[in-house]
Design a protein around this ligand. Structure first.
Ligand code: FAD
Ligand code: ZN
Length: 483
């Protein structure tokens, strides 16, 4: 939607765009239809406005833009791949927003195989970072379904998780150093490649997970790992989440750090995938209440990995933890099994509106959490359909609630209007179980109002003081995380 501005404002906006164009070149100041895709979030839940969307081509240009924003009193909203799920990269409806798109910060600056590190710019898509590492004979293990578009800067700013956290940790644990443009427009070159560095406050950890509210990450030094020689993938069917937890324990005993993936999903998730993506099919003849996708990554050959997987599944059958299992016989079959898990979000979106919760609780309490919370939701919102999947090995579930089906009398819009009540039910439970209301996706604008409910006043005050110290004019991504 074009913004209608009074004359003086329109003149000022034109002057600002001209000043921006002097920094990045006119081709990289987007307005009108070119800017539109950057003004809404991936789920189309939030839409905002901006004077311009700018695409800087270097760290120095980012710094110049931030200084210009300070002179002109503009808010700066950093955006990478715009795949975030909580509206963090979407500007508000104000008329002084600048969306700073990082996609031209796209260089892999260096790879040091012996040090097992790679320096990459913030706009590099995650998939390309993985490829660059592989070409150098190394593994960059961060992996998530949006990796074709999501950027390293976005991954670090949301402290992204994904499917390999169990073995390698989340984005924070994979990052050794950062280059950041501060809210003042200074460049902090903190790209150290050290595993050990105890020299005062850890500024890097402040910017990671800050969702662009403290500064702009322009580059990062990330950890690399040896490439596994083989992987083994299996899908098992089982009866309940308690069994899945006992299977996790067994898998850790059998496979230790070879276990790199342990993903849970319910039968309803699989049904949605089969219904909305007919090319994908369950490998089982009968259905099971729950499924777990297990992945082993090994530094021994494929025979050794398969033997380990067979051993584990044999023990699980003997212990009556699982009802059925398939082991992928090829890379293509492994990809098909992963596709079932990774297509759940897409299938759920095709089914209609849903309310997402991205929660974690201590792993040992997950089954109890699911049982109790399912019962509470069923009682308070009759007919809602639970779409439960996630990274069981990390205690993190995408505990999503879909609108009741056709004929329930509650349409999608009516259901979404009840989001605050659904949040309250689930998040109060999460809190009671000692969990987190955002394990992966962050707070953004979607969950900002929830935060003070569950964080102590002391923690909120400390966060506000950090924000005040690093961004006293509240110019960096205002309205996100904190109000
Ligand atoms: P954006 O959406 O552009 O931005 C996200 C936030 O980071 C915003 O607050 C933005 O202002 C800020 N930001 C972006 N770049 C910078 C920068 N350079 N400096 C400072 N701030 C910046 N997430 C997971 O953790 N695990 C998953 O498994 C997962 N699966 C997903 C699957 C799908 C299908 C989709 C659509 C999303 C998924 N996500 C997942 C969420 C999303 O992909 C991640 O949050 C990702 O890290 C966002 O990267 P991005 O480049 O798209 O960031
Ligand atoms: Zn996830």
């Amino acid at each position: 939607m074009p913004v209608r501005l009074p004359m003086a404002e329109a003149q000022e906006a034109a002057a600002i765009r001209a000043a921006l164009a002097e920094v990045v070149g006119p081709a990289h100041v987007l307005a009108g239809a070119d800017a539109d895709p950057h003004l809404s979030d991936w789920r189309k839940r939030f839409t905002g406005t901006a004077l311009a969307v700018v695409r800087p081509g270097s760290t120095e240009e980012v710094a110049q833009l931030v200084r210009l924003a300070a002179q002109r009193s503009l808010a700066v909203v950093p955006q990478g791949g715009n795949t975030g799920l909580c509206g963090g990269a979407t500007p508000d409806a104000g008329n002084r927003n600048l969306v700073l798109l990082t996609t031209r910060l796209s260089r892999v600056r260096s790879i040091d195989p012996l040090n097992n590190t790679m320096v990459i710019e913030a706009g590099v898509p995650l998939l390309r970072a993985q490829d660059a590492a592989r070409e150098a004979g190394r593994l960059f293990p961060l992996s998530l379904a949006a990796e074709g578009s999501a950027t390293i800067g976005g991954n670090l700013s949301t402290n992204a998780g994904g499917t390999q956290v169990l073995r390698y940790g989340n984005a924070r644990e994979l990052c050794l150093g950062l280059e950041v443009v501060t809210a003042e427009g200074e460049i902090w070159s903190g790209l150290n490649a050290l595993r050990k560095n105890n020299t005062g406050y850890d500024l890097r950890d402040l910017f990671i997970g800050a969702e662009g509210t403290l500064g702009i990450i322009t580059a990062a030094c990330v950890k690399l790992f040896p490439l596994p020689r083989s992987t083994g993938t299996a899908l098992v069917g089982l009866n309940n989440v308690d069994q899945a937890l006992r299977l996790l324990d067994l898998a850790q005993q059998h496979a230790a750090s070879t276990l790199t993936g342990f993903e849970l999903f319910s039968d309803f998730c699989l049904q949605l995938v089969e219904q909305h993506l007919p090319r994908l099919r369950s490998p089982f003849a009968a259905s099971h209440a729950w499924y777990v996708l297990i992945e082993l990554s090994n530094h021994q050959d494929a025979n050794a990995t398969n033997a380990m997987l067979e051993d584990l599944l044999g023990a699980a059958l003997d212990a009556r933890l699982i009802d059925d299992a398939v082991i992928a016989q090829s890379t293509a079959q492994a990809s098909e099994l992963w596709a079932l898990r990774e297509s759940i979000s897409e299938a759920q979106a095709a089914e209609g509106k849903n309310i997402k919760h991205d929660i974690s609780v201590p792993i040992s309490r997950i089954a109890e959490f699911v049982r109790e919370t399912n019962a509470q939701l069923a009682q308070r919102f009759p007919g809602v359909r639970m779409v439960i999947f996630g990274h069981l090995g990390d205690g993190n579930l995408h505990y999503n609630v879909s609108a009741p089906g056709f004929g329930s009398g509650l349409d999608d819009g009516g259901f979404i209007a009840r989001q605050p009540e659904v949040y309250e039910t689930v998040h109060d439970q999460v809190h009671r179980f000692g969990g987190s209301i955002s394990a992966e996706h962050g707070i953004g604008q979607l969950k900002r109002a929830e935060l003070p409910r569950y964080k102590s006043p002391v923690e909120m005050a400390l966060m506000r003081r950090i924000k005040q110290a690093l961004d006293p004019d509240h110019r960096m991504n205002p309205g996100k995380v904190l109000d």
